[in-house]
Ligand binder design. Structure first.
Ligand code: BTN
Length: 253
């Protein structure tokens, strides 16, 4: 049973939107959405991914949701903890949907099953003064889509892995429940617990693997994260360096 339900109590469903993140932003600007509101769409005409990328999702097949958060308790220099808590919540929901599968977080917040991406997260923060006034956590989970753009070779869906159709609403319920749990830990400053859980399921931790930066391929071992959320790599030459999202990418052979 859920002790305290925040996420999903107010559920705004739309058959079509430009982007659930954009709609959540409009609601915040109009003052018409409380913390915990989730915005869900069957189809997004301008689904957004990290950086300048698009998020493609077949109409009605998957889960496209944005959750509204008001983490004013979190100093902006700790905002990566919000990324961690949300990634942990999505990973937990996916794990419940796919029991027995190895679900991991690929830094910073992609959700992988084995070597394939099953969910993506786009977090947009508004900092007012020295506080995180509000955040929008956009979450896309591949649920029933069976074919993906060949340019995204490592996308996978729940249905591809189980051979069965899953109701995206079940995934939404699991997401809301898991967000309640991890967001409550974040609000009660259980940063140690969040760090430990994130590292436990961090894709590639301690493994020597290929990366690229500025078009160059190199091998390194992930040894952890900085407090700001930069990825710390042990390079083959022996030196340690930290990178932000724009500075390094994973390579899959
Ligand atoms: C990524 O992996 O690049 C992040 C993808 C995030 C996609 C979700 S779908 C719901 C929400 N609305 C958007 O426009 N994007 C996010």
């Amino acid at each position: 049973m859920r002790s305290r339900q925040l996420f999903g109590k107010d559920n705004r469903y739309f058959p079509v939107l430009d982007s659930t993140n954009r709609e959540a932003w409009r609601m915040l600007q109009q003052g018409s959405a409380e913390e915990g509101t989730v915005v869900v769409a069957d189809f997004q005409t301008h689904g957004r991914g990290q950086g300048d990328t698009h998020w493609e999702s077949e109409n009605g097949k998957n889960l496209c949701v944005s959750a509204i958060l008001k983490p004013s308790f979190l100093p902006p220099d700790q905002q990566f903890y919000l990324n961690k808590a949300i990634a942990l919540a999505v990973a937990e929901a996916v794990r419940h949907t796919l029991p027995g599968r190895r679900v991991r977080i690929k830094w910073p917040n992609d959700i992988y099953v084995e070597n394939d991406k099953i969910a993506g997260i786009l977090i947009e923060n508004a900092i007012i003064g020295s506080r995180l006034a509000h955040s929008i956590a956009g979450i896309g989970i591949n649920v029933n889509q069976l074919r993906f753009d060949p340019q995204i070779p490592n996308a996978v869906s729940v249905a591809q892995l189980t051979g069965k159709t899953e109701d995206p609403q079940n995934c939404l319920d699991r997401i809301c429940k898991a967000l309640d749990h991890w967001y409550a830990l974040l609000a009660s400053k259980q940063n140690g617990q969040i760090d430990k859980a994130y590292l436990e399921i961090l894709f590639g931790l301690g493994e020597r693997r290929p990366f690229h930066r500025r078009g160059e391929r190199f091998y390194a071992t992930i040894i952890g994260l900085t407090r700001e959320g930069r990825l710390v790599l042990q390079l083959d030459g022996g030196s340690q360096e930290s990178f932000d999202m724009k500075e390094v990418g994973f390579l899959f052979d």
